[in-house]
Structure formats: C-alpha cells, structure tokens
Design a protein around this ligand. Structure first.
Ligand SMILES: Nc1ncnc2c1ncn2[C@@H]1O[C@H](COP(=O)(O)OP(=O)(O)OP(=O)(O)O)[C@@H](O)[C@H]1O
Length: 549
C-alpha cells in the first residue's frame, strides 16, 4: 500500500487542502460555515441533494480564475499518475480518499467548479496513454456503485431513481462475491463500455448525480455513502492473450462525530453506518498487516490512500485518528516491500535478540539457584546459632558468654565467626581482655552484699537530688544481671538518671566504684554514669564486648 506522502509532494497537496484556510473558493467557505450562522440552521429532514456540478456541465474544462486551487488538484494528481501506469500495465489498482467529513475527499476525487478531480483526470490519462501506445490495443468500461446503509447500489442502472431512504430499490441492489481464486466480483453491476473520453465523462457524471448526499452542520453536500468507480482496462498486444486489470477509485464517506455534524433521524443513521463500515475497513487494514487477508490488495495489486485532515483545532482528535489510520495502512507496504538485504538483516537481528533472550533466561535461572542455595545455608546457620545460644544460656556464671551469644543470635554473622564463637563457648575460654581484673573482682565481692540493699535505698532517699556515679567496669554476677547490663550498654541514648547523693562512706570515688552499701542499690540506678570521664572507658569496654557479638 502506498501513501500519498511517500514522495513528499502528495502530502503537500493534501495538506494544502486542509491547512490553507485563506484559500479562496469552497474550502474557506466550509470553514466559515462550520463556525458561523449555518450551524444554527434547522436541520432539514432527509433532504436529498442531487449534485449538478460545473464539471459535468462544462465537460471537464477548468475555468477557475484561481489558478493555485487548480494547482492543488494537479499536484495531487501527479502523485497518482505513476500508479495509473501500473493499472495500464495489468495491475489491479485502488485509489482511496479517506478522512473526516468535510475535509475535501469528494472535492479531491471529483473536483468542483470546473476543476477536475482525480477520477476525471485518471480517465483522461487512460485514454491519452491508450492513444499514444501503438503496440497495444486498449478497451475500457466503467461501473459505479455506492455502499449506502450497508447495501450496495448500482449507480449506472438505467433510469436510476434518485432516492435516499432505508427502503432500497431492489432492482439496483447487487452483491459482492469472492471467487475461488480469491478475487472479488460484484455480481449484477452495470458495466458500460466507454469508447471515448466524452462518453466516459457522461457516464461518470450520471453516476455522481445518483449518489446520496445531504446537508450537515459541517458539509452542505455531505456524501452519505461510499462511492466506488471501477474502470476495467483490457489490453491486448501483438495477438497475445488479453490482459485485464481493474482501477478502483473510491470516495469514502467521511468519518463523523454525530454531535458535531448535528445529524438526526436518517442522516444520523447514515453517519452511523459510515462509521461502522470505516471501522470494518480498519479491521481489513489490521488483517492485512497480519497478512491474513488479500482483500483490497490481492496479488500484485496496488493501493494508494489519500488521507484528508482538517486544519481546525476543534478537529484535532479526528486528525490524530486519521493520521494513525494512515500510518497503519502505510505499514502494510513497508512489511511487504522489504528488500532482500533488509530481510536478511532483520532475520539476523531477530536471531541475535533471540540469543540474548536465551542468555538472559539462563542467567536468571542461575541467579535463582544461587538465591535458593544461600537461603538454605542461611537457614542452617540460623539453626546452628540458636542451638549454640541455647547451650550457652544453659551455662551458669558466665555472663560474658551470655552477652556474646545474645549478640550473636541478633546478627547475621559469617560462618567463620559463628564457628569461632561456638568453639570459644564450648571450651569455656574468653578473650584476655574479658578476664576479670583485680579491681573488678573486688567490686564483684562488694556487690554481693545484697542484704544491705533495702537499707541503702532508704538512706539515699533522705538526701537531696544529686547525680549517682557508678563503676565503668561493672561486674555481672549472673546471666540475669548480664542481660540487664546489656540493655544498659546498648542504651547510650538514655537520659542521665538523677538520684539522691550517697554518703561519703557509701561511695568510694577514688576507685570509681560503689561501696558495699551502694552496690546493693537497685541495679538500674547503678548502671548510669554521670561523669563523662568515666563514661568513655565504659564505652570502650562496651565496644570491645559488642565486637564479639
Ligand atoms: N482544496 C479545496 N479547495 C477548495 N474547496 C475545497 C477544497 N477541499 C474541499 N473544498 C470544499 O469544501 C466543501 C466540502 O468538501 P467535500 O464535500 O469534498 O468534503 P468531504 O470530505 O467529501 O465531506 P463528506 O465526507 O461529508 O462527503 C466542498 O464545498 C468543497 O468544494
């Protein structure tokens, strides 16, 4: 599928129609109508407008005084020309005008005010080429149909009545069939042989007049159907078998937001039918992208889509939709027409990416196994350390060991450290710095006089408030006391505790310890040291102890 913007010029042509709001002629009028008084006009119910365009009357002569508007159609046609050559060469070709209602599809395909659109120019081009090519003989025929409210109508039926209603004229209803070879045939469609350009234009104008159109808020002559013109080209050269190809020129109905168009009644139903069939076209495009359908393109077929957009900010949503539709349509071409080199590169890249995915998956698998192993090992170590903890807590009179074990169970230590602690615990040995000193032994013995505890408390309460000092090398007499001490050792942020002063005979400041009376005071109070000079060594001591945990 080929987009009009493929070579740059086509997009310019298309955008010129939609972005040049200063253009004289029909399009600026359209914009004025959309924002102006016309919107307030009451909507005429089921009004039929049979177009009698200047093009039909003037026999295709462009008589517009505004040359650059005619140039726009000429620019667009230059984009279309190459694909017409393909049709003459035997390819089936389809040219589609797609876009929001009122953006100029019919104008581009048919022309207006004496300016020729794509269809009349294409017919001209075919006859012109046929007259110049002496090596082949060409014959042409024309058919026209419209898809209106889900039914297909022949526009060239003799005495085609001008009607627009849900009750279709059964004599003009035709059906579309798919042949065994996958080609699409329209059964019962009038096919008129056209010998010359004049006849061709006559028939074309006749078909156009039979189209269903109506007035909406956004377009005075809005097409209420999809109009398809088919030119059948038969070519025979030098007695060889006749080649037959088809050129489809399609003016699709415009996608519309019913709130904007202000459609009601039959016109609203028509708008819904158009939207529905456009969404079906979207499905076809999607299927083509997945390469599940040959409809529209077929083998060796070519499609050119002219996408129309509005220059108005109000229509930005529709513009985005139209452009994304065009993008999807273009991607069909890009997937089909990849060169061999690019295909190889693509394959190579796909293989590389596949390998990367495999490697990553393997890596992930390995990591998961590592994590599992680590978890198992952690579990084992936890079990081991809790059993060591249990063993050590059973051990009596070894407060230091208790401290070590408590710290050990709280932290995730290395296995070596666990082993070290375990062996230390099992042999009952402690580091040298943890061995009791002479002083600590003395203090330990003095602290054992617990009988004086009550008396001390009473005597302390008699004195005014003062700081209580304590020993920096506090000894632990039992596992219970060790636990208390631990809580003190790790509570450096606890507020300094105030207590009543002791008598000089109760406190021995020289050796930084509480005498036998003071030592029997409640443990919690004893543990707090108010003097910074004494606090520092205690911290060092704590650090040393905690490094064992
Ligand atoms: N490039 C252009 N230059 C001048 N007039 C234009 C141009 N494009 C569109 N118009 C005018 O704008 C009006 C609406 O255009 P047209 O009917 O072609 O829109 P449409 O897309 O076919 O709408 P619908 O989908 O409702 O049929 C017409 O009067 C047409 O003549």
């Amino acid at each position: 599928m080929r987009g009009i913007g493929d070579s740059g010029g086509g997009a310019r042509g298309c955008m010129a129609a939609s972005s040049s709001s200063s253009l004289p002629g029909g399009f600026p009028q359209l914009l004025r109508r959309r924002g102006g008084a016309a919107r307030r006009r009451p909507f005429p119910a089921a009004r039929m407008v049979a177009q009698r365009l200047p093009f039909c009357r003037g026999g295709g002569k462009a008589s517009s005084p505004v040359a650059h508007v005619a140039d726009f159609l000429e620019d667009v046609f230059q984009e279309v020309k190459p694909i017409l050559r393909s049709a003459l060469d035997g390819h089936n070709v389809c040219i589609l005008a797609y876009g929001q209602t009122g953006t100029g599809k019919t104008y581009t395909m048919e022309g207006n005010n004496g300016k020729l659109g794509i269809v009349p120019r294409a017919i001209q081009e075919l006859f012109s080429h046929a007259s110049q090519d002496s090596s082949s003989t060409y014959s042409f025929s024309i058919s026209m149909l419209e898809v209106y409210m889900g039914t297909v109508r022949d526009l060239l039926t003799p005495r085609q009545p001008l009607f627009r209603s849900t009750e279709c004229n059964t004599s003009s209803i035709i059906s579309i069939l798919a042949t065994k070879s996958g080609a699409v045939e329209v059964e019962g469609l009038t096919d008129v042989a056209i010998q010359d350009l004049k006849k061709a234009n006559q028939w074309y104008c006749r078909g156009r007049r039979a189209r269903s159109t109506s007035w909406t808020n956004v377009n005075d002559v809005s097409s209420r159907s999809h109009c398809l013109t088919r030119i059948t080209i038969k070519r025979s050269s030098g007695g060889t078998t006749e080649e037959c190809s088809k050129l489809w020129l399609v003016d699709l109905g415009g996608s519309e937001r019913l709130l904007k168009t202000g459609a009601s009644g039959l016109t609203m139903d028509e708008g819904k039918a158009i939207n529905l069939s456009l969404s079906a076209l979207g499905d076809v495009i999607a299927a083509l992208r997945r390469k599940r359908s040959q409809f529209l393109t077929g083998d060796g077929s070519k499609v050119l889509m002219v996408v129309h957009i509005s220059p108005s900010d109000d229509d930005i949503g529709e513009t985005v939709c139209s452009l994304s539709f065009a993008k999807r349509a273009r991607s069909i071409e890009s997937s089909k027409e990849l060169s061999e080199d690019i295909k190889k590169l693509k394959q190579k890249r796909i293989a590389e990416l596949d390998k990367e995915i495999c490697d990553s998956e393997q890596e992930l698998k390995d990591l998961n196994e590592q994590i599992k192993r680590a978890e198992t090992s952690l579990e084992e170590r936890k079990k081991l350390s809790s059993s060591v903890c249990q063993a050590l807590s059973d051990e009596k009179g070894s407060p230091r060991s208790t401290l070590v074990v408590v710290g050990h169970t709280d932290s995730a230590e290395s296995p070596q450290a666990t082993e070290k602690t375990k062996s230390r615990a099992s042999h009952g040995s402690v580091p040298h710095f943890m061995s009791p000193t002479v002083c600590s032994r003395q203090r330990h013995s003095s602290a054992s006089h617990s009988a004086t505890k009550t008396r001390l408390t009473k005597s302390v309460n008699r004195y005014p408030a003062a700081e209580l000092s304590g020993s920096h090398s506090f000894s632990y007499s039992s596992c219970k006391n060790a636990a208390k001490a631990r809580s003190v050792a790790f509570s450096s942020s606890m507020p300094k505790m105030k207590c009543l002063p002791l008598k000089s005979d109760q406190i021995n400041m020289s050796n930084n310890s509480i005498d036998s009376t003071a030592a029997s005071a409640p443990r919690r109070r004893e543990s707090f040291i108010s003097r910074p000079a004494q606090r520092a060594p205690l911290h060092q001591h704590r650090r040393r102890m905690s490094s064992l945990t």
